[in-house]
Design a protein around this ligand. Structure first.
Ligand code: ADP
Ligand code: MG
Length: 408
């Protein structure tokens, strides 16, 4: 498939050629035809997948067919840097079309403000703006989007993270109701859906799946206080059948701590992290492959490289910062059509990250009740957590001289 399959105006194709774009990316393949049909779109695809061209090419094409282009399209993005980037990309695509775009963002002095105002009045076709500055312009009444046809929210998830929900709703209240609205985002948390249902009309949904966990992985999660994790690990090792286990932790320090813990318990496990020499790492992996070693404790350094068959279990001592690392970590088990178990320990602080993983993979991970011997764990409530200040004062059960016993 090539860009000419979309029957885009030849001047756009020329622009694409000069930018070195040959093949449309998956999000572009799916979004461009739908946008050309004037439908509202809610699209979710990872960073770096080509979302800008996915929304701006069809919009430029449509603009070239109308005579009235002044303030035709509004793109809203969370930060000044993004606004500049998007504006530059548009300039490239629109190079042979005569369509103009201007970036609008806060900061700078009064001169910048006057300049932006003037440029808006004099006839920019596309405005790329941050929410804050745009509201100021709209409230000043100098910029009127009466003929706006396209509204695009780019990086919508980040805008909501930055607290722009109300601003966006406010901006939309200044815009004509008859318009096409496109929402692009890297993730699709529930808040985005709420926003979409408020400002989009019967949107077409486009989701570009990223690497998803294999179906053979039995995923489980435990809501647990840090102080309960050792006991929980002990319980899992005792009650599950396994032959090889990878235990992941986010920091070297935690890996070393766990390593010491296993040593004290007399269990042969090896720590794997970036402090080790390459030869040491290779020795550990070889022993693991040969089944001379059954447990490796490692940071995410381990999750990318290791290719060993028959790992029966992956345990995440904590929730990885990057949701994609979760997919990498648990992908170490259940390779090649086998089955495996992936268990994640989620403390109160990690609940939001954990929710990020569920958003990424697109379904909830079963939450298991803590075994009785661990006592009660935290409640899973990732969204309200921030507001619930009282939680800060709540700690898990204190264990003074707890020693894990690993009886395997
Ligand atoms: P996203 O918004 O999804 O993070 P961008 O739209 O910023 O991604 O695109 C990421 C990079 O890929 C940019 O440098 C862009 O120029 C380039 N790019 C996008 N689509 C294509 C394509 N079809 N062919 C070649 N390069 C592309
Ligand atoms: Mg982008």
């Amino acid at each position: 498939m090539t860009f000419s399959d979309f029957r885009l105006d030849s001047r756009l194709l020329e622009g694409l050629q000069s930018m070195g774009f040959e093949k449309p990316t998956p999000i572009q393949q799916q979004a461009i035809p739908v946008i050309l049909q004037n439908k509202d779109v809610i699209a979710c695809a990872q960073t770096g997948t080509g979302k800008t061209a996915a929304y701006i090419l069809p919009v430029l094409h449509k603009m070239m067919q109308t005579s009235h282009r002044h303030l035709n399209t509004l793109v809203i993005a969370p930060t000044r840097e993004l606004v500049q980037q998007i504006d530059q990309q548009i300039e490239g695509f629109a190079y042979f079309t005569g369509i103009s775009s201007i970036p609008v963002y806060g900061g700078g002095d009064g001169a910048a403000w006057d300049q932006q105002k003037k440029a808006l009045q004099q006839g920019a076709d596309i405005v790329v703006a941050t929410p804050g500055r745009l509201i100021a312009l709209l409230a000043a009444g100098t910029t009127v989007f009466d003929h706006l046809q396209h509204l695009i929210l780019d990086e919508a998830d980040r805008m909501l993270d930055m607290g722009f929900y109300d601003d966006i709703v406010k901006i939309v209240s200044y815009l004509p109701k008859e318009r096409q609205t496109l929402l692009f985002s890297a993730t699709m948390p529930p808040k985005i859906r709420a926003l979409a249902s408020r400002i989009l009309r019967q949107p077409e949904e486009i989701n570009i799946a990223i690497a998803k966990p294999a179906a053979g992985i039995n995923q489980q999660a435990y809501m647990v206080y840090d102080a309960q994790k050792e006991k929980l690990l002990n319980h899992i090792l005792k009650t599950h059948t396994w032959n090889s286990i990878l235990i992941f932790a986010s920091t070297k320090e935690t890996v070393k701590k766990l390593d010491a813990l296993f040593r004290r318990a007399g269990i042969t496990a090896r720590a794997f992290h970036s402090d080790l020499e390459q030869t040491e790492r290779e020795t550990i992996l070889r022993a693991f492959k040969n089944k001379q070693l059954s447990i490796i404790i490692g940071t995410d350094v381990l999750s990318r490289g290791i290719d060993v068959e028959g790992i029966s279990m992956v345990i995440n001592w904590d929730v990885p910062p990057d949701p994609e690392d979760y997919v990498h970590r648990i992908g170490r088990t259940a390779r090649a059509e086998t089955t495996g178990t992936a268990i994640t320990f989620v403390n109160e602080r990690d609940q939001r990250r954990f929710q990020g993983i569920e958003n990424l993979i697109g379904y909830p991970i079963p939450k298991m009740p803590l075994p009785a011997e661990c006592g009660e764990g935290p409640v899973y409530s990732p969204q309200t957590r921030r507001e619930e200040g009282f939680r800060k004062n709540r700690k898990g059960p204190r264990r003074k001289h707890f020693r894990p016993r690993f009886n395997k």
